[in-house]
Design a protein around this ligand. Structure first.
Ligand SMILES: C[S@@+](CC[C@H](N)C(=O)[O-])C[C@H]1O[C@@H](n2cnc3c(N)ncnc32)[C@H](O)[C@@H]1O
Length: 210
């Protein structure tokens, strides 16, 4: 087993969008999926500059995994909020904020000497089945808003394999209330069989039945 705390401590973050504590939780979940042999690739919807993505790639590399890493972002920053996201506390989240570039993410990977990820640029609402890998063992959803998380679930849902784990950032963030609404709606939907639901720090961790 890889010492996740040591791996996270070793590298600096390329943005302030995620804490080392959150990355530690995300990687621990990925490690569990890898060690239980869950089938499929790893996806992150809402990668921004690639802060978490770099750590996902580092763990895959350390574990000598041949799973591919797929990253998604508009690279135009945040879209419009829906009424479900609209709270005064969240006023600092504005359209177009958190814009990065695909080239920047690829540069970060090259500097870190990590394998080049598959990166798809686009609004989640415009992506289709064909943009996702055929099978997903681990999905990290970090799109901040209700519609972005609903679209992320729509894209991943039919690709998640038995035992797959979905981690959603900002589940407990009062500035982004749409995230929890989207997660809870998805959990209630009949077609998904969930074996584990946990809240760790600000993250929701969801595991599908094996
Ligand atoms: C909080 S940042 C992601 C941070 C990243 N996961 C990390 O670890 O640093 C949210 C990202 O989601 C993207 N995003 C949000 N909603 C989106 C949507 N509907 N379609 C495409 N990208 C979206 C934004 O462009 C932004 O880069």
């Amino acid at each position: 087993m890889i010492d996740i705390a040591k791996l996270v401590a070793k590298y600096s973050l390329v943005s302030d969008q995620v804490s080392k504590q959150e990355i530690t939780i995300v990687l621990s979940q990925l490690q569990q999926v890898l060690s239980s042999g869950v089938v499929g690739d790893v996806v992150e919807l809402g990668c921004y500059k690639g802060t978490t993505s770099l750590f996902l790639a580092r763990l895959l590399k350390e574990c000598l995994s041949n799973k591919k890493l797929w990253l998604y972002d508009s690279f135009q920053g945040l879209p419009e909020k829906s009424p479900k996201d609209d709270v005064q506390l969240g006023d600092s989240f504005q359209v177009g904020e958190l814009a990065a570039t695909k080239a920047e993410v690829l540069r970060n990977f090259a500097h870190a000497n990590l394998p080049r990820p598959i990166i798809k640029k686009g609004w989640f609402s415009d992506l289709t089945d064909a943009d996702l890998p055929p099978e997903i063992c681990f999905a990290y959803l970090d799109g901040d808003y209700y519609d972005s998380i609903v679209d992320s679930f729509r894209l991943c849902q039919n690709k998640l394999t038995p035992g797959a784990v979905v981690v959603v950032d900002d589940y407990t963030n009062p500035q982004l209330p749409g995230v929890a609404i989207a997660v809870d709606e998805w959990r209630r939907c009949n077609s998904v069989k969930i074996s584990r639901f946990e809240i760790r720090d600000s993250l929701a961790v969801i595991q599908l039945v094996v």
